[in-house]
Write a protein that binds this ligand. Sequence first.
Ligand code: FAQ
Length: 309
Amino acid sequence: HEDELQELFEATIARHDRLEPRDWMPEGYRRTLVRQIAQHAHSEIIGMQPEGNWIGRAPSLRRKAVLLAKVQDEAGHGLYLYSATETLGVSRDELTEMLIDGRQKYSSIFNYPTLSYADVGTIGWLVDGAAICNQVPLCRTSFGPYGRAMIRVCKEESFHQRQGFELLMTMMRGTEEQQAMVQESVDRFWWPALMMFGPPDADSPNTAQSMAWGIKTHTNDELRQKFVDMTVPQAARLGVTLPDPDLRWNPERGHHDFGQPDWQEFARVVKGHGPCNAQRVAHRRQAWEDGAWVREAATAYAAKQEESA
Ligand code: FAQ
């Protein structure tokens, strides 16, 4: 019986069809999905902090409204993704506990500080830009709830990327001081943005199996290359320099050659020793603890409703 189920699963993957929550799936497939989707959900929620840092200091009412809307969108993405993870049999409470205990990860990028308002634009342009490169292919991932969540998320991320670019373009048309702020911000975020795609393929323990299962459809290096190729002309349009002396067009490959990020720094950040890891997790833990009474009240109310029904 188990063999038949395994065959059915493999046939579904082979014809690029989707698995749904009630379908039989190997334990490793389920575990990999929980790991990746939960990590993705946590990134959206923790990712609200760096930009949220500037809501109270936005330079105009318009910028404040735009930033508020973007940060709220990220909360929405987190919620779709937690719901997708719940279809695999793990609750949002458990996932949050695992995040604040350090048993689950979130993207390395959100462990860097936001030091100027230009960072709001740079995050939109580069971080949402990298997220789009990574997530558009995930719309066709083999697990139905994850792929469907990605469709709406990608539409919103594209909009976020445009607003970041527009913010930076406005600053680049401004004073020399504003232009310098943009360049300084891009210098700080360029390498961490490249790290978002994960380790080089040769050091990526999960890629081969995740591709065989149709969870990932491209390798980390393929997506990193796509991001660089997409971003270089945009940087030229903005008038900023990307801080990589090895960055140049390679006509034979039809792609840009580029340098490697500091992978030791990446390893340190992922292990919890980046500039803001402790602060990000402490903030999330505090919010979780402060919200305990709301969860208790909602549970008590639901129980009472059930009793009287
Ligand atoms: N940070 O074998 P691989 C956003 C871990 S976008 C931290 O290559 P995999 C939008 C990896 O988990 C950001 N850890 O792993 C937004 C694994 O460790 P584990 C979120 C990383 O899974 C914008 C180990 O290294 N997007 O939030 C990172 O096959 C603005 C070995 O790596 C997603 O999560 C990293 N950068 O490939 C929000 C996209 N990279 O778990 C707010 C979905 C790797 O075995 C504001 N995820 N690791 O202990 C993916 O596509 C994949 O999981 C990868 C990693 C590509 C990230």
